[in-house]
Design a protein around this ligand. Structure first.
Ligand SMILES: NC(=O)c1ccc[n+]([C@@H]2O[C@H](COP(=O)([O-])OP(=O)(O)OC[C@H]3O[C@@H](n4cnc5c(N)ncnc54)[C@H](O)[C@@H]3O)[C@@H](O)[C@H]2O)c1
Length: 387
């Protein structure tokens, strides 16, 4: 069976769906792998490396029409979907709520589309968890961006010219990205503290060498270890309690998310007004609505405070900025998912498998994911299916 990896079509996307190492692993499973000419170049992987791994180089993007499996990072573009053969399998990120057009087109083409956005986060599927691998890259990048932009050192320095105190970094949201941000800031020598609405994250925060801020508020944990949406009163109480810590910070990194919802507002304009001039806020959630009042994805916004400005950096395409390693990790996620479904060189997604069922936004032409169906105003499926 033929696995095809087209070049990513979204402007600015530097990752690739499969690296030469990943191609070699799929070939060992008995699959044939074809890469669109130059698809890996932008992430640092050359045609020659793919050839060495045993992959073919396809001169044209139209090779997609003969593929049994298509692996990309971003959802396929409409012209790519229109060329898919019926019964093909696509693997990518595909948001059940934001990619409705693509989902409809994929269903019309009678294909199966597995999405890493909804892959079950069970232990068996850890090696397939691209949300985790890419959040790791994002969390790391936030700190480097902050360190580059802050007008201060991160580590404490004792020099003949005086002592420099360490920077104070506050991380809000202690999921995968937040924990990686804490670890990175700690490695750079900052004093790190963190807060999350899930009390269960306190031990993980401590294991990163950071201090968990106990605000004395109710925890807001929902199903599957994720946060729930907060009431307006709970959100206000959190903002009031965090204001003091934010005003003391040199860098604040916000990473909070609630599945299927707009990112919660953690920092209001009022809270920013008490921050130190020169302080930096890096909003990792800027692309999903923002954790900070006024943040814009892909842009810097300066907010006037007494004595200067605070800069809000709205993150965009963070994992793509680390394209070599983000692609390497993503590629392994693709290989692990395909390994689960491949037997003697034949890929057969088994819908009775929890991992396949959970990640199938579309299965054999039917839109299965409950959120995708709701967004498209389709009736719910039989109990339990697609949830
Ligand atoms: N394979 C696995 O078992 C696996 C893999 C990865 C993550 N997880 C778990 O999944 C969960 C979600 O991780 P994620 O990184 O995808 O999270 P996420 O991206 O959905 O959210 C990031 C963090 O924001 C926090 N948050 C939400 N609202 C907040 C608010 N108002 N204030 C402060 N913090 C807020 C969440 O609790 C979460 O920790 C965690 O419990 C994590 O340990 C499990």
């Amino acid at each position: 069976m033929l696995v095809f990896v087209p070049a990513e079509t979204k402007t600015g996307e530097k990752r690739v769906g499969l690296t030469p190492e990943g191609a070699g692993k799929l070939i060992k499973l008995g699959l044939t792998v074809s890469i669109q000419d130059g698809a890996g170049l932008v992430s640092g992987y050359h045609n020659d490396e793919y050839k060495l791994a045993g992959a073919q180089i396809a001169d044209s993007a139209s090779a997609i029409s003969s593929a049994d499996v298509v692996a990309t990072v971003r959802p396929l573009a409409s012209e790519q979907i229109s060329q898919l053969k019926s019964g093909a399998l696509t693997i990518s990120f595909l948001s059940p709520t934001n990619d409705s057009e693509a989902i409809k087109a994929l269903a019309d083409k009678k294909v199966t589309s597995l999405s890493f956005d909804v892959l079950p986060r069970i232990s068996r599927a850890q090696s397939m968890d691209a949300l985790t691998s890419q959040a790791l890259c994002g969390g790391y990048r936030t700190v480097l961006i902050a360190a580059e932009r802050a007008p201060k050192f991160f580590p404490m320095l004792m020099t003949a010219a005086g002592t420099i105190p360490p920077a104070k970094v506050l991380v809000l949201g202690a999921g995968v990205a937040g924990l990686q941000a804490m670890a990175t800031a700690k490695r750079l020598g900052a004093v790190v503290s963190a807060y999350d609405v899930r009390a269960s994250s306190a031990d993980e925060v401590k294991s990163m060498g950071a201090t968990f801020l106990n605000l004395g508020l109710d925890e807001v944990e929902g199903a599957g270890g994720y946060a729930r949406e907060m009431t307006a009163e709970r959100a206000k109480a959190q903002q009031d309690a965090l204001k003091k810590f934010i005003s003391e910070s040199d860098v604040v990194i916000t990473t909070a998310a609630v599945p299927g919802r707009k990112a919660p507002t953690l920092i209001t304009s009022d809270m920013m007004s008490s921050m130190k001039p020169g302080a930096i806020i890096v909003d990792l959630a800027a692309e999903s609505g923002g954790n900070v009042d006024g943040s814009v994805a892909g842009q810097d916004v300066e907010v006037k405070v007494p004595g200067g400005v605070v800069t809000i950096i709205g993150c965009k395409d963070l994992a793509s900025q680390l394209a070599v390693h983000a692609s390497k990790l993503y590629s392994q996620n693709v290989v692990s998912l395909l390994t689960l479904m491949t037997n003697e060189g034949v890929v057969t997604p088994d819908y009775s498998d929890e991992v396949v069922q959970g990640s199938a936004v579309v299965f054999k032409g039917e839109i299965k994911n409950a959120m995708a169906r709701e967004t498209l105003n389709l009736p719910a499926l039989a109990t339990g299916e697609g949830e």
